[in-house]
Design a binder for this molecule. Structure first.
Ligand code: MN
Length: 449
């Protein structure tokens, strides 16, 4: 890697192998170069929720590893980071540290989990099979902001809502966002009832309350904030990524019929706040360093204002991260059929970068706190088949998507499971996987009186 703004170290060495054999399998999402964090316990147990690191098909229990003394030989920074990670039922304390502390912990984990580690014997007893666990949210999420960073999505959706005026004039200047609802964010496996909402049919005089009829997913990247900034202080582009603990997958479930009736003048509200599903693992920015790519702005488009621009942004501001969304209907589930792909896109096509979202969010002095969460907005690519929502794939609910078993979908039906996956790939480097964000829609509640 010849990009001076990407700092690589021994943890990125593609030759590294782990003594956890499954981590070395070709295409394993969790090689020793990944080391994502999550919160888990043995499924069905009443154990305390605790932090772990995915390695191969196992999880290293950080609390147990610390108790086994695996980190006692590391420096104070690393030991403090281990302590912060191991002490609670969320990752907030680890997120509250800074980028050098996260980096020290990653280095320590890499050293104890690679082949030749002197700690293999005691750490082998601290591994839990991923197949036997359940996850909780990785952090207590204080605030959640959802952005709208794909110009391809914004244009396609804008055409459906406003055929004559698809892209509003602020789009190319401001990273558009709205304040989302943190309380209804849940980890993969979330099941929720089809929301009720107020909608108005195009030919109707008055709206009515009923089950959402145009339920959709949004394929997004989730961004967990670490460190943070004091109220009244802004974060410059040069420091913005130091305020990001890591990335995950986000399905921002959306009730399109509710949204189209409510979204003006203040933006989405009940069309988004009933459920949001994230993947259990947070992949750190450091793990993604070898998969960075240039952020570009087409010559005919306005260049960003100086507070949203930097040389590092231009060189390596984007992430080459492949995103995928799949569906498993109840009929498919009953027939034993695996989820089928609906579309793929790539986070590198985002119009705004992660660093720009942090710089813009804080430019007015708004304070971001450890565990705060940002959504990237639906990631649709330039091609129609790279759409990150059913709204786009079905042309606004007009052309059904035909599934391999012959079923058709304009929008999501009861019993459907939507699965999202992501992976960073580069020739000669290991695959960095994100795991899955899966969620299932249940029938609506009966109407209140
Ligand atoms: Mn969204």
């Amino acid at each position: 890697m010849s990009l001076p703004s990407v700092k690589l170290n021994e943890t990125h060495d593609p030759e590294l192998r782990s003594w956890v054999a499954s981590a070395n399998a070709e295409g394993c999402p969790f090689p020793v170069q990944n080391l994502p964090y999550g919160i888990f316990r043995r499924a069905g147990s009443d154990e305390a929720w605790r932090a772990g690191v995915a390695i191969g098909d196992r999880i290293l229990d950080l609390q147990a590893a610390q108790a086994a003394g695996a980190f006692s030989g590391f420096d104070e920074t690393a030991r403090q980071a281990v302590h912060a990670a191991a002490q609670g039922a969320t990752l907030n304390a680890l997120m509250a540290l800074d980028a050098p502390a996260w980096s020290a912990l990653r280095l320590a984990l890499s050293r104890v989990l690679r082949t030749g580690s002197a700690h293999q014997a005691e750490l082998a007893a601290c591994l839990v099979p991923q197949a036997g666990v359940e996850h909780a949210l990785p952090a207590a999420i204080g605030d959640y902001t959802d952005f709208y960073t794909s110009i391809h999505h914004a244009t396609a959706v804008g055409k459906l809502f406003r055929p004559d005026n698809p892209l509003l004039p602020n789009y190319k200047w401001v990273p558009i966002g709205y304040h989302g609802r943190a309380s209804s964010i849940a980890v993969s496996g979330q099941q929720f009832r089809r929301p009720l909402g107020q909608t108005r049919a195009p030919d109707a005089q008055a709206p009515s309350l009923g089950p959402c009829r145009r339920l959709d997913y949004e394929l997004e990247v989730g961004i967990f904030i670490g460190g943070g900034n004091a109220l009244g202080e802004s974060v410059a582009m040069a420091q913005a990524e130091d305020k990001v603990f890591g990335l995950c997958l986000l399905n921002d479930w959306s009730a399109r019929d509710v949204q189209s009736w409510e979204y003006q003048p203040l933006g989405p509200f009940l069309s988004k706040s009933f459920a949001s599903t994230i993947s259990p693992w947070i992949v750190t920015l450091e793990a993604l360093a070898p998969y960075r790519c240039a952020w570009t702005r087409a010559g005919g488009d306005p260049q960003p204002l100086p507070y949203l621009d930097s040389a590092t942004l231009r060189e390596t501001g984007a992430f080459d991260l492949q995103l995928e969304v799949l569906i498993q209907t109840s009929a498919m589930r009953e027939a034993g059929q695996a989820p089928q792909r609906l579309s793929m896109s790539n986070f590198r096509d985002s119009y705004w970068s992660v660093s720009q979202l942090v710089a813009h969010h804080t430019v007015n002095g708004c304070n971001l706190r450890p565990g705060d969460f940002l959504g990237s907005g639906t990631q649709s690519g330039p091609r129609p088949d790279e759409a990150g929502s059913l709204l786009e794939l079905s042309g606004g609910g007009k052309q059904a998507v035909v599934l391999p078993n012959g079923e058709k979908r304009l929008f999501i039906e009861d019993g459907d499971t939507i699965v999202m996956r992501a992976a960073a790939r580069r020739d000669g480097l290991p695959l960095i996987g994100f795991g899955e964000a899966a969620g299932t829609v249940l029938p609506a509640r009966s109407l209140p009186l």
